[in-house]
Design a protein around this ligand. Structure first.
Ligand SMILES: NC(=O)c1ccc[n+]([C@@H]2O[C@H](COP(=O)([O-])OP(=O)(O)OC[C@H]3O[C@@H](n4cnc5c(N)ncnc54)[C@H](O)[C@@H]3O)[C@@H](O)[C@H]2O)c1
Length: 329
């Protein structure tokens, strides 16, 4: 298939583009590089530099005869979405509306969307299944839920075939493609930055949760397993149908377990500072993954935390300053 990957210069998009190319698909990346990196775009993929908010350029970009779109481009910082919600309404919602318009104008009938577990907010039941009530607790989650609803209506009205994948915590790296955000808000890259001395320490927010070791438990999924799910989803959309599938490992790991695993993998003593809980951080977020396993035949190949951290560490040591600096010799 000929596929367009929006946000393909970002973390998830670049690894997904690589995976799709390895599976024999022809991939074009569309990204405005506002939060991504030219160096992350896989070799052999064309990069169209375009902002989703520029509808004319987007419509022209989509005229290249695509069989489907993987839509990863978005802003994805929870704190920023609280302090500047307007950025999230415009970029994530209007950007996605433009994408649907440009796809419709060009007869592109298949879409896979990067949704998020943030659509569920603070769920009462864990593991979190797809029928869990959607009650986002920040504008980031609200913006993604709005796009999911937009896609449902688009499928019903215009025959789009779509799958939204609601991810949990993505981790690891894939060869030359890894995680490099600024600011970095994710636990594993920050632990590794502390291991490298780029940060003085890593903070544990909350040690009194009702979990086995008192720290928050999250579902970490290897980015290569995530990319595989995107490939399977793109190959299985059905015209006129929008499916929503949770995408997680189905296993939870506590903050302390992640830090211990990073100490094991790196062989380094990682300085830790204990801090109070952050508002809106639930004790436990773990995905129910039965639906995606049944419907897409997806199975994680790297469910172990150590393998996610080892791959993230390989990327962090190969690119100690991130993509903006040359790789280590
Ligand atoms: N990383 C995670 O743990 C995680 C978890 C759940 C959901 N998600 C979702 O997955 C997607 C990818 O996440 P990521 O971690 O790779 O983020 P990322 O910031 O690394 O990548 C996003 C990419 O989108 C591009 N982009 C943003 N707005 C754009 C616009 N208007 N026009 C063109 N390009 C634009 C950025 O330049 C960047 O390259 C996001 O939609 C995010 O909401 C990620």
């Amino acid at each position: 298939m000929r596929l367009l990957v929006t946000g393909g210069a970002g973390y998830v998009g670049s690894v997904s583009a690589r995976t799709l190319m390895a599976a024999g698909h022809d991939v074009v990346v569309l990204d405005d590089l506002s939060r991504g990196h030219r160096a992350a775009v896989p070799d052999g993929a064309e990069l169209i530099e375009c902002n989703l908010l520029d509808l004319d350029s987007l419509t022209t970009a989509l005229s290249g005869g695509f069989d489907g779109v993987l839509h990863c481009a978005a802003f994805a910082l929870v704190g920023e979405s609280v302090s500047q919600p307007e950025l999230y309404w415009r970029n994530n919602i209007t950007g996605s509306l433009n994408l649907l318009d440009a796809m419709r104008a060009n007869g592109v009938k298949s879409l896979v969307f990067s949704s998020t577990c943030a659509c569920y907010g603070e769920p009462e039941v864990v593991p979190i299944a797809e029928d869990c009530p959607t009650r986002p607790v920040n504008p980031y989650g609200e913006s993604k839920l709005a796009v999911d609803r937009m896609i449902t209506a688009e499928a019903a009205a215009h025959g789009l075939g779509a799958i939204s994948l609601r991810y949990f915590n993505v981790a690891g790296a894939s060869g030359p493609c890894g995680e490099d955000h600024e600011p970095e808000t994710h636990l594993i890259p920050n632990i590794l930055r502390a291991a490298q001395g780029r940060l003085t320490h890593v903070s544990i927010f909350g040690t009194d949760y009702p979990t086995p070791d008192g720290t928050a438990v999250r579902d970490y999924i290897h980015v290569e397993d995530l990319a595989l799910a995107h490939q399977l989803a793109l190959e299985k959309t059905t015209p006129g149908e929008h499916r929503i599938l949770n995408l997680g490992n189905g296993n939870g790991f506590s903050v302390r377990e992640v830090i211990e695993a990073a100490r094991r993998v790196t062989g380094l003593e990682i300085p830790v500072v204990e801090a109070p809980r952050r508002e809106g951080d639930p004790p436990m977020l773990v995905a129910a993954s039965a639906k995606i396993r049944a419907e897409l035949g997806w199975e994680p190949k790297h469910p172990e935390l150590d393998s996610m951290i080892a791959d993230a560490w390989a990327f962090a040591t190969a690119r100690p300053g991130g993509y903006s600096e040359p790789p280590a010799a």
